[in-house]
Design a binder for this molecule. Sequence first.
Ligand code: UDP
Length: 415
Amino acid sequence: MQSPIHLQTRIRLQDYEPVVGRSSIEELKMVAEKFSGKIIQIINSTFVGGGVAEILERMVPLINQLGVDARWDVITGSEEFFDVTKKFHNALHGGPAKISAEDFALFSEVTKQNLEHMKFYGDIMFIHDPQPVGLIAMKKEIGKKWAWRCHIDVSKPDKNVWKFIRNYVVEYDAAVFSAPNFSQELPIPQFMITPSIDPLSDKNKELESATIDGVLKKYGLVSDKPMIVQISRFDRLKDPLGVIQAFQMVKKSLDCQLVLAGGTATDDPESTEVYQEVKKKAEGNPDIHVLLVPPESDIDINALQRAATIIMQKSLKEGFGLTISEALWKSKPVVASAVGGIPLQIRNKLTGLLCYTVEGAAYALRQLLTNPEYAGWLGRNGKEHVKQNFLITGHLRNYLLMFLAMDQHSDVIYL
Ligand code: UDP
């Protein structure tokens, strides 16, 4: 399936200059020149929902703005296939795994179908996450350079699933991980590249207060008391029930409200069930708002993040956790679990507060609610940290440099 028309958004390279500085843009242009006449084909498993789609939706048009031909395709698969890949996802994150021989067979079968019906035309093939990892089989036929981008924390994966995925990964020319501790022993070069947010996207741009008020009204929210917000797909690994527990502890002594807002992703079949669980747990508590946000509600998400007093991300496992950078970019104090790529973004007590348990989360929330000056200081530091490290222009530069470096043979390269 080829990328939707809405990708041709009005992204203009020069609009980034006031945010990241002229030298960053010039550097990008210089690197991009090396790709003249080449095609970068990007493949993942969904155009909508989750961090990967979020990044690609902005990055693909930005690459094109640099005069480089980048195109985005997704694999197709049945509901059963995405049930299996969701199980793989949880297992690679280290969760309990019950994966049968039939599951592995279905994965291989759908991979085969995609190999048969998809078009492979890139000079550089950039494959994201485990769902399409098997497309590497095409390398034997067409050659070209292939990179596998892993957005998952695979530092302690289920052994069987990793073994299965690894058999594909070793055929690539390079693998990319989001944090140094995510990498695995592999016989191919590995690159460490953190994801990023786009400061100019609808998700992150400045909003008028009337827009924020309008969104609050639309969701039936009143900003009459401090608002704790977690934005996440309804996924158990985001621990929405743990967020409710922490909130209930805080609520005993401090008046506040909780907003759990999220949607579903087309490649995540569990989300409806989790949403129902969360609704049930919140029942009878008028200060807990569980909002089902439709896809492509970037302004709504932006407004909810901006309306928040504190943003939470109490994930049990996390890849990078884009929602953290999104929150910090809005100068918000953040309470988040010390998992996955979150500690790269939250330097404890400097750019936010890390927590390890429900009690720890409640303690951090109380600390911030009772000390708004400290909360504001953390938020301001956080914005600077994101500006230095997690914006789309730097991310893109690192990818392009990686493609250039893929011919060289070094084991681990930090960009
Ligand atoms: N997001 C969204 N709508 C939702 C839930 C999440 O637009 O209902 C966005 C969120 O703002 C972030 C991305 O989806 O940009 C989630 O990325 P993250 O890395 O935090 O988690 P993932 O979903 O990839 O595990």
